[in-house]
Design a protein around this ligand. Structure first.
Ligand SMILES: CC(C)(COP(=O)(O)OP(=O)(O)OC[C@H]1O[C@@H](n2cnc3c(N)ncnc32)[C@H](O)[C@@H]1OP(=O)(O)O)[C@@H](O)C(=O)NCCC(=O)NCCS
Length: 281
């Protein structure tokens, strides 16, 4: 459906909508729904020149999305609960298939948050300001992850001394509760960041990091979502054998989707989307 007057577009229809509101204002907004998306108790607002893309089988509950001149893409089978997404000033959120998210994702001034697959619990605050925060296939609990201090700091000659620096987090990284992952952090695959750690440094793969400032307290560690007897067959593991590591993490890092999708009346949902499009301010 296209509203030519303002060039606003809605493509596809959610499979199920409950107690949710959609609001378009300004021009050149686009919402694309994949197949069988469920939208429950959500507030979605696009304020012009913005694009929102849901892949197939997305399930969004208690989520607020606010885009201003920005884009958010959620891959197939993304689950979101109690999430706030705010993106302004040509920013981008790009989450790969199978992401399971909650918490606050905040992008401004060409900020980018990107993940192969993101898995968050207990509501982290992840904010990118003019630069990148990139996750592999990995997750975090209720930590703070920033690529920027959000205020400039100068020496007395007027030189900026706290420039933004990208944050790069590898695959299968476990970031525990209440960590502060700061501008410049580069966390290698398979590493574990102990709860309460503060770091903006480069951390080699399979390290256990703890403390403030974060220090490597152990090397050559791996971790699993759950202790399963079948994991034993992967040991001993060589940390630089990538294939062995991948095989281990394919088993150790399995996350099973928990939510059952529901189906609503397609025609009613289509009518709702029609009103959203033609009521746009
Ligand atoms: C990462 C974690 C699992 C490691 O567990 P562990 O190996 O049993 O940890 P330990 O307490 O033995 O700590 C390992 C080492 O780090 C040190 N260490 C741990 N926390 C530290 C801190 N905050 N500052 C400095 N050193 C610290 C310990 O002293 C120990 O050093 P030692 O071997 O010289 O004695 C644990 O620290 C942790 O963070 N648990 C909570 C994770 C979480 O948030 N879970 C929620 C779900 S995501």
């Amino acid at each position: 459906m296209l509203c030519k007057k303002k060039n606003n577009l809605i493509e596809g229809v959610p499979g199920f909508i409950k107690k949710s509101s959609f609001h378009l204002s300004g021009k050149n907004n686009k919402i694309i729904f994949g197949k069988n998306c469920n939208i429950v108790n959500c507030k979605i607002k696009l304020y012009g020149d913005s694009t929102l893309i849901f892949g197939d089988n997305c399930y969004f509950e208690n989520t607020q999305i606010m885009l201003r001149e920005s884009e958010a893409r959620f891959g197939d089978n993304t689950e979101s609960s109690k999430t706030t997404v705010t993106a302004a000033g040509k920013s981008l959120l790009d989450l790969g298939a199978g992401s399971v998210i909650c918490g606050e994702l905040d992008m401004r001034n060409q900020g980018i948050i990107r993940a192969k697959r993101l898995w968050t619990t207990w509501g982290p605050h992840i904010a990118a300001n003019h630069g990148l925060i990139e996750f592999g296939d990995g997750g975090t609990a209720d930590s703070i992850i920033y690529n920027s201090d959000f205020h400039p700091m100068y020496d007395l000659e007027g030189n900026l001394i706290n420039e933004n620096q990208d944050v790069i987090i590898g695959n299968n990284v476990w970031i525990g509760r209440k960590c502060f992952i700061f501008k410049g952090a580069k966390i290698g695959d398979g590493s574990i960041i102990s709860s309460g750690t503060y770091t903006g440094k480069e951390i080699p793969p399979h390290s256990l990091v703890a403390g403030n400032p974060g220090r490597i307290v152990r090397r050559d560690v791996v971790w699993a979502v759950k202790d399963k007897p079948e994991l034993k067959e992967f040991f001993p593991l060589a940390p630089d054998d990538e294939e062995d590591m991948r095989a281990f993490y394919n088993r150790a890092y399995e996350v099973t989707p928990t939510i059952k999708h529901r189906k609503g009346c397609v025609w009613l949902n289509r009518l709702r989307m029609f009103f959203v499009l033609f009521r746009a301010k």
